[in-house]
Design a protein around this ligand. Sequence first.
Ligand SMILES: NC(=O)C1=CN([C@@H]2O[C@H](COP(=O)(O)OP(=O)(O)OC[C@H]3O[C@@H](n4cnc5c(N)ncnc54)[C@H](O)[C@@H]3O)[C@@H](O)[C@H]2O)[C@H](O)CC1
Ligand SMILES: [K+]
Length: 528
Amino acid sequence: MRLVQADEMRELDREATRRFGIPGLLLMENAGLSIVDVILKRFWDNKPQGKRILILAGPGNNGGDGFVVGRHLFNRGAEVKILITAPPDSYGGDAEVNLKIVSEMGIPLRVLEPERLREVEEMLAGADLVLDALFGTGFRGVPREPVASLIRLVNKAGKAVVAVDLPSGLEADTGRVAGDCVRAQVTVTMGMPKIGLYLEPGAQYAGEVVVGDISFPPELKTEEGGNYYLVDEEMVAAALPERLPTQHKGDFGHVLVIGGTRGYTGAAALASNAALRSGAGLVTAVVPEDLYPVAAAKLTEVMTFPAPGKDGGFDAGACAALMGLFGRATVLAVGPGLGQGEGTVSFLRELLERTDLPAVLDADALNILARDRRILTDPLFAERRKRWILTPHPGEMARLCGTGVGEIQSDRIGVAVRASREWGTTVVLKGARTVIAAPGSPVFINPTGNPGLASGGTGDVLAGLVAGLLAQGIAPVEAAFSGAFIHGLAADRIARQKGMAGLVAGDLLEEIPVVLELLARRKRSWRG
Ligand SMILES: NC(=O)C1=CN([C@@H]2O[C@H](COP(=O)(O)OP(=O)(O)OC[C@H]3O[C@@H](n4cnc5c(N)ncnc54)[C@H](O)[C@@H]3O)[C@@H](O)[C@H]2O)[C@H](O)CC1
Ligand SMILES: [K+]
């Protein structure tokens, strides 16, 4: 599903008027009607008579939408009260037109006054539903007083809240909440869904998001050419390869998982099994030779290969022993349990310099690259980096970018986009609402997953899953967003069955094939 920034939305608004002659007043009317529809159907069971709604209307067109809602619900017999946060004569344009109409209709209208907030509490107590029409895409910074106090009163009142376009206080493009923000049960977003509604914490404040139809012609609402997309089943199902009867395991690639040093053989095992579960044809786990017996004992369907190493790490010169393997491999997954020993650091550098296989770089591979980023920027490896997928969590990303986790989390899309452009590679910035960015590609936001994934080894499973998809010939960006989606959906299905607390990485291995089959069935049903 395509997502838009506030500026994109404003441009579409202008285009609707300029290109198709749809006046802003008509867009506002349709916006209001789409909200009325949600209120009647989801909150009032189509029986508005006598229902009490308090409409909080801000100084701009978001408030204008609120006036339209008030008019229609008043006409349908609801008890409507409107609280405006700016003096009536400060309104202009379409909002002013609609303010005048509701005033002429005699709908009770009050101006918010800082010294009379107690009366606002009473108004809230006397309402069945609150409409948040304070701010939309024109919001900036933090809500100023007395609106900030009003927002806090709304959130304290415990009433059902419907937000117009965005919950007020939320930054449309980043999902950031810098100050107070309305917590809504439902947000009716106009025309096209805004990015901030699908990023944390914005998604928590927005509640369920409904896209309001404001009569944009299809050409304006096109899914094509967007800069941002919410990953959905259709996109992932379309990316997954068909498995034809005539095909054999050689057709589905061979993943080399390189890692599994002392104490972390489990990481390599999880990543290796995840690669197999994703549908890869063959998987080989490459571990230091002194841990080979441990890995071999853990792995059945996954082949194991002992690489020169001691004390649980790889020898600096271990790469030479792998050259034969590279000829038979399709993709590398480097990092799960790799460790950061001295020999391993040299080994990784030589590995990435000597093979141009597509690679998923995760965990300690990223931590090693963070200490010596030359290979991420060296023009000599630019071509090769196009075939890499980096899968950092926020801490690893902070080290890679030489900054703090706070900076990473405060602008997850911007950070991922800049890094992917600077390094010329696909970046999967993990976390709540994983962000996938790559040069020349739209940005993808993954909606699946839950806090149950904050458990050891789930990252190893994701790395293996993405590598397995890459090995099957899926392009890096598609493999990245599909892996994140499948990984998170598997976790959501497990959480529904067993709860989040007890979710362990191994559970994902069982659920991944189920999710793949579910997507394959959906794909067949769409094909008809
Ligand atoms: N196609 C569409 O998307 C349509 C959208 N509509 C609605 O219009 C708003 C956008 O309206 P706009 O007037 O540009 O901005 P807002 O209503 O969000 O008002 C912002 C207003 O508030 C003031 N302000 C901004 N930041 C703060 C702050 N931190 N504290 C206090 N005050 C603040 C500032 O003066 C701004 O002017 C969109 O969201 C939709 O709801 C159309 O009605 C229909 C088509
Ligand atoms: K709002």
